[in-house]
Design a protein. Structure first.
Length: 394
């Protein structure tokens, strides 16, 4: 492509734990912060934005179109439309795809794309519209129901990870070792300040003071394999269960955003692109093994790019579960030394609609630091899907 779509800025908040440091901040307010920062880093005026596309899975009780709230509150003119996207874990990457498509077909010239999520603020709900008869009315936990339960098999995402472990013969020990590796890489990256350039500070105001949040809260410093092996399996309670709180991703809060435009637009503005978007792919699989979704998605993205696996210098593969990540790398034969070099979602956390953008932000940071040329980001998606994107430095 002679005039490709490029990413000119990429930023995220720190990732907060469930009911942690970001739990009092609404998702759209987190979105506002990253939209403002992404525009500032790109040198783009808010009045020049054509469209805003933000992912958010947990929208119940959050008011009309949280993406629109984030956009307007970020100072983007009311004349600029904003769309909220829910593709579960793939939302934050799907928004980048949609933004690129809008630019490629001439509908938009500059797009802000990203994801925002407060899993901490997901409410409990009951259907009371038609009234109640006698007796109690149970509340539905929308945190679980709307994001973590397979709608087709009526079981938790953790069971889909157990299904992968069984089908691809991945042991508990392998999962724990993988999870430990994620924690150790993230701890090292935090110690070295690797994430500082990709994180924008979130101010948390209280009556006493304002706390500035700019460090990921979720990583478990000092993790050991002994600690991992002591954890009980969460979803299959007998001795055959392998998925634990230690080798699964977290329940988290955060936001991330990128600014997209054509290369010619960036050159006209004197903006140095971080990377060009080369291709993307998405695919569906059996919901019972949803974690295998990146396998066909990656194959499609590579085919469209004209790349082989060996051409890719760095991968950011979202770590929904260790079993899931190991399934993808095992099936495709990916060199694991190239994967998630600063740790992944098992250590950093997985705010659902944010993760697709977050892994792109971290991938671009890693590519710049290591002088990598080609990168690939991919995620599995609840309901049995996968999405992947290839990017290349310009």
């Amino acid at each position: 492509m002679s005039d490709p779509v490029v990413i000119v800025s990429a930023v995220r908040t720190a990732i907060g734990s469930l009911n942690g440091v970001l739990s009092t901040v609404a998702a759209h307010d987190l979105g506002t912060i990253v939209i403002k920062e992404a525009l500032q880093r790109s040198g783009v005026s808010s009045s020049d934005v054509s469209e805003v596309i933000m992912g958010q899975v947990y929208t119940a009780g959050q008011g009309q179109n949280p993406a629109r709230q984030a956009s307007v509150n970020a100072g983007i003119p009311v004349e600029v439309p904003a769309t909220n996207v829910n593709m579960l874990c793939g939302s934050g990457l799907r928004t980048i795809v949609l933004g690129a498509q809008a630019i490629m077909c001439g509908d938009s010239s500059i797009v802000v794309a990203g994801g925002q999520e407060s899993m901490s603020q997901a409410p409990h709900a009951a259907h009371l519209r038609s009234g109640l008869s006698f007796g109690d009315k149970p509340l539905v936990d929308l945190l679980v129901n709307d994001g973590l339960m397979d709608a087709f098999n009526n079981y938790h995402m953790g069971i889909t990870a157990e299904n992968l472990a069984k089908k691809w013969e991945i042991t508990r020990e392998q999962q724990d070792q993988f999870a430990l590796g994620s924690q150790l890489k993230a701890e090292k990256a935090q110690t070295e300040g690797i994430f500082a350039t990709e994180i924008v500070t979130v101010p948390i105001k209280s009556r006493k003071a304002t706390v500035e949040v700019n460090v990921d809260e979720y990583p478990r410093k000092g993790s050991t394999i002994e600690g991992m092996t002591k954890l009980r399996s969460c979803f299959i309670k007998d001795a055959t269960g392998t998925v634990t709180a230690g080798n699964a991703s977290g329940i988290n809060d955060g936001a991330a955003a990128v600014v997209l435009m054509k290369l010619s637009e960036a050159q006209k503005r004197g903006v140095a692109p971080l990377a060009r978007i080369v291709s993307w792919g998405q695919a569906g699989v059996d919901p019972a093994i949803m974690g295998s979704g990146p396998i066909p998605a990656i194959k499609k993205a590579l085919e469209k790019a004209g790349w082989s696996l060996g051409d890719v210098d760095l991968f950011e593969l979202n770590e929904a579960f260790a079993a899931q990540s190991l399934t993808v790398t095992k099936e495709l034969g990916i060199d694991t030394s190239k994967v998630n070099i600063y740790g992944g979602a098992i250590a950093l956390g997985h705010p659902l609609a944010v993760s697709g953008t977050r892994i792109v932000v971290t991938l671009l940071n890693a590519m710049k630091r290591t002088n990598a040329k080609k990168g690939l980001a991919a995620l599995c998606i609840g309901g049995g899907m996968g999405i992947a994107m290839c990017v290349e430095t310009v």
